[in-house]
Design a protein around this ligand. Structure first.
Ligand code: 4NP
Length: 151
């Protein structure tokens, strides 16, 4: 499987989602290719936010080597599934899809936990550390389901 995680800046939520899913894939020797991207290029080349790095570290996941990059049209060809963190990301990515096949790859990640509810992973960027713990827990549960579904 090749899976892309997408949020707005690619420094808070999607780097965590990438780290968590890649870690689960590695533990099961699944050889999945996991990456992440942002819908905006503002933070291109930056490390993940230090609060995402810290919460990942707490769970023995190293996301230090990740760098923010914007979503590219070619990602539709490369990835089997594109998980977005919120409705705004969903609308931005769907607007770039040219075919039904491309559109069908785009999914809201919390629909794995709460089917058809279209819940958002809250953006923790402007909040405190508690927000990052909350995001971590949500993404960990969603990624466990993704692993079970496609392994
Ligand atoms: P992310 O969080 O989309 O989870 O990476 C944000 C990062 C940056 C900004 C907003 C949200 N920003 O406005 O620059």
């Amino acid at each position: 499987m090749k899976i892309l995680m997408v949020c707005l800046g690619n420094i808070c939520r999607s780097p965590l989602a990438e780290g968590i899913l890649q870690d689960k894939s590695n533990q099961l020797s699944l050889n999945w290719e996991v990456d992440s991207a942002g819908t905006i290029a503002t933070h291109e080349g930056e490390h993940p936010d230090y609060r995402s790095i810290e919460v990942a570290n707490k769970h023995k996941i190293d996301i230090n080597n990740q760098r923010s990059r914007p979503f590219q049209i070619s990602d539709f060809d490369i990835y089997d599934l594109i998980y977005v963190m919120d409705e705004s990301n969903y609308n931005d990515i769907i607007a770039l899809a040219k075919t039904e096949n491309e559109k069908s790859k785009v999914k809201m990640i919390l629909n794995e936990l709460f089917p058809n509810e279209n819940r958002n992973v809250p953006d923790p960027y402007f909040g405190g550390d508690e927000g990052f713990d909350n995001v971590y827990q949500m993404l960990e549960k969603a990624c466990s389901i993704i692993i079970e579904k496609y392994k």
